[in-house]
Design a protein around this ligand. Structure first.
Ligand SMILES: C[S@@+](CC[C@H](N)C(=O)[O-])C[C@H]1O[C@@H](n2cnc3c(N)ncnc32)[C@H](O)[C@@H]1O
Length: 192
């Protein structure tokens, strides 16, 4: 990550702490875990809360073409940086709550850098239900969290019938984090 990207991130953290909600951009170790199951041949990828683009870069490094990556970010300064940093990337300056309206069919995954736990439950519900309108069957919602519990509220998990897998703890991140992969259970599968 360039020094100027780090400075931009810290400046926006001071100006908009309730939107950024992180002490620093995600480390390369956390980014690697977030994108570990991305397959460049498995369809488009949607990213939420792209910030200055650390996870964006990791998705592209998996071999995903910029035209197949759709990054949502509500902060206009971050959007401007993403557009100059990544030629050909689809950047949408909008709320992640509207992810269901994106012109993308059959995404393999939605990869989220959002501060989901600090969001109201109605916004969480809009993000998760929109996600599962845009991913193909078996597609996943990938989210990191710093806390000990799943980052999606229980009522949302239950309403959308979500199952999950969780990674080991990524210590080389500030603060340390885990990555959750949520999928929708097929009808008749076991409850959480
Ligand atoms: C914790 S930062 C993560 C930045 C980057 N993905 C990373 O991991 O380093 C959270 C990002 O989510 C964005 N964000 C917060 N709420 C959002 C919303 N409702 N819709 C879209 N982006 C949002 C913030 O502007 C910020 O860039």
């Amino acid at each position: 990550m360039a020094t100027s990207d780090f400075a931009l991130f810290m400046g926006q953290l001071l100006r908009r702490p309730h939107q950024v909600v992180a002490l620093a951009p995600s480390s390369r170790f956390l980014c690697a875990e977030m994108v570990a199951e991305i397959d460049p041949n498995a369809g488009p990828v949607i990213e939420l809360g792209a910030g200055t683009g650390n996870i964006t870069q990791a998705i592209l490094d998996r071999g995903v073409a910029p035209q197949n990556l759709h990054s949502i970010e509500m902060n206009p300064d971050f959007c401007a940086r993403l557009r100059t940093r990544f030629a050909g990337l689809n950047v949408y300056q909008m709320s992640a709550g509207d992810v269901g309206t994106l012109p993308v069919e059959g995404a393999q995954a939605v990869v989220s850098g959002l501060p989901l736990l600090s969001m109201p439950i109605d916004l969480q519900r809009a993000i998760l239900s929109g996600t599962f309108q845009r991913v193909k069957p078996g597609g996943s919602y990938v989210q990191f969290t710093y806390g000990p519990k799943p980052p999606v509220a229980r009522p949302v998990r239950e309403d959308l019938q979500l199952a999950w897998r969780v990674s080991r703890k990524i210590w080389w991140n500030m603060p340390p984090a885990r990555v959750y992969r949520f999928t929708q259970r097929a009808a008749g599968a076991c409850a959480i």
